[in-house]
Design a protein around this ligand. Structure first.
Ligand code: FES
Ligand code: FES
Length: 183
């Protein structure tokens, strides 16, 4: 005849087995295999369906040029291009981008030549600590192909989603205007 201690042991063991099975089931559900094209190269990887594109780019693809500032869509530090359009990557899930073309700052140069915006940022000393710079450059590179008025104010408006805690704004605008003139 089983004692009450035996019954308690049985209940605990059953609960532990059920817990392990549930954890395994959840782990299987939250992982998805996706395929992206990143900086011109096809990559396949398993991602957590809850992972942002920013976290996948930095932590799984080890592309640390794209920065995490606020992680809330407010600073623009995480800006990259998806299918040619600028996007704040902290606000989009990686799993939503099956087959998409992702461009990060590491992929901006062509055949060893800096992108005109990168070159202009250097020439106009458009950064101080540099934390916002990759996001600024990716936004500015996209801006070259967007409708935007000619004035500095138009550029400021188009770049208003990219914050710079160092206040390098005058030089950033000068760099972008210089790149636009050369574009
Ligand atoms: S980290 Fe994405 S907008 Fe700030
Ligand atoms: S250069 Fe430091 S935050 Fe912009």
């Amino acid at each position: 005849m089983s004692t009450s201690q035996d019954r308690l042991d049985f209940i605990e063991a059953t609960a532990a087995r059920a817990g392990r099975a549930a954890v395994a089931e959840v782990a299987a559900v939250v992982q998805r295999a996706i395929s992206l094209r990143v900086n011109g190269e096809r990559v396949r990887l398993d991602v957590d369906v809850r992972a942002t594109l920013l976290d996948v780019v930095r932590e799984q693809l080890q592309l640390f040029g794209t920065k995490k500032g606020c992680d809330h869509g407010q600073c623009g530090a995480c800006t990259l291009h998806i299918n040619g359009r600028r996007v704040v990557s902290c606000l989009t899930l990686a799993v939503m981008h099956e087959g998409d073309e992702i461009l990060t700052v590491e992929g901006l140069e062509r055949e060893g030549m800096l992108h005109p915006v990168q070159q202009a940022f250097i020439e106009h000393d458009a950064f101080q600590c540099g934390y916002c710079t990759a996001g600024q450059i990716m936004s500015a590179a996209a801006l070259l192909n967007e409708p935007c008025g000619a004035s500095d104010d138009d550029v400021r408006e188009q770049m208003s989603g990219n914050l710079c805690r160092c206040g390098a704004y005058p030089n950033i605008v000068a760099a972008i205007q210089s790149a636009r003139r050369g574009a």
